[in-house]
Design a protein around this ligand. Structure first.
Ligand code: SF4
Length: 280
């Protein structure tokens, strides 16, 4: 069985940075908790919890004696304001690329015109991003883009983990909705690289495995891209998911298997999957 790993897979710059920040802080003996899951990776979150780095999901749950670490996806500006007013010490691990999108939205909001974000309205990154300007609309489908009324001016940004081809399709529809269209390609490089690597690998292998959390937006997109090219694609969270009888039988029939992984999948998990497949 030939096993190939996508040219770009696993931990991205933003995730590595967040883990480095929190680990350095913890090594200094400081007490810390995270506001929501730091990244979408259950084994990594379990390890943090085992070291006493717990998670809070609401302002009410915050322990004022601990520093609050802001997750890679960021938080709404109103929540940040409330934390500052309460005097909660903050360690900001928001990915700089997510921050860049927030700043663009803030600037566009001040300039006027309709601001659009293409992405999932329930994803924490978008919940935070939309707070940076008034009247921001979120769209996540071509039908949603088509249903928009005509406007004098539209500015559009993307969720950092959006499928680049989908963003292009939405932009093409928006061209008919206004005379002034400003497009900000805020899809991050790490996401684009991982998507391109999957597009390259998927047609060359008999089966393709995408490793990553089921709640990870970028992993979901990688899997959808893979499945669109290679029907024999599957998404797993950890190597343990490969032990299922049906999955094993399916993989054993494949002469070549490709592996890709979302931006919050650790190199160890990627390696575990590779070693598991090598033993088949
Ligand atoms: S996927 Fe991109 S935007 Fe998200 S944390 Fe990683 S580098 Fe930052």
């Amino acid at each position: 069985m030939k096993i190939s790993v996508a040219e770009q897979a696993g931990f991205c710059f933003g995730v590595k940075r967040a883990l480095k920040l929190i680990n350095e802080y913890h090594r200094q003996g400081k007490k810390i908790q995270t506001f929501g899951p730091l990244i979408h990776n259950t084994p990594v979150l379990n390890k943090l919890a085992a070291r006493g780095i717990d998670q809070v999901s609401s302002l009410a749950g915050i322990d004022k004696d601990k520093t609050l670490c802001i997750r890679t996806h960021g938080i709404p500006s109103s929540v940040e304001g409330r934390l500052k007013r309460k005097g909660v010490p903050i360690l900001d691990a928001t990915c700089p690329l997510v921050k860049k999108g927030q700043k663009i939205i803030e600037r566009l909001g001040q300039a006027g015109g309709q601001v659009l974000i293409v992405g999932d309205k329930n994803h924490p990154e978008i919940v935070a991003a939309r707070s940076y300007a008034r009247g921001v609309k979120i769209i996540n489908s071509l039908a949603g883009a088509r249903a928009l009324p005509r406007c004098r001016e539209i500015s559009v940004v993307a969720q950092t983990t959006l499928n680049t081809e989908f963003f292009k399709e939405v932009v093409a529809i928006l061209l008919d909705k206004t005379e002034k269209l400003h497009v900000f390609n805020t899809i991050c490089r790490a996401t684009q690289d991982r998507q391109e690597a999957v597009r390259k690998l998927a047609p060359k292998v008999d089966a393709l495995i995408v490793v990553g959390s089921r709640i990870s937006s970028n992993t979901k997109k990688l899997f959808n891209i893979a499945r669109g090219i290679n029907k024999n694609s599957l998404q797993i969270e950890t190597c343990a998911d490969l032990r299922d009888k049906k999955t094993l039988a399916r993989l054993k029939k494949s002469a070549s298997i490709g592996i890709s992984a979302g931006a919050s999948t650790s190199p160890q998990e990627l390696d575990n999957v590779k070693k598991f497949l090598q033993k088949l």
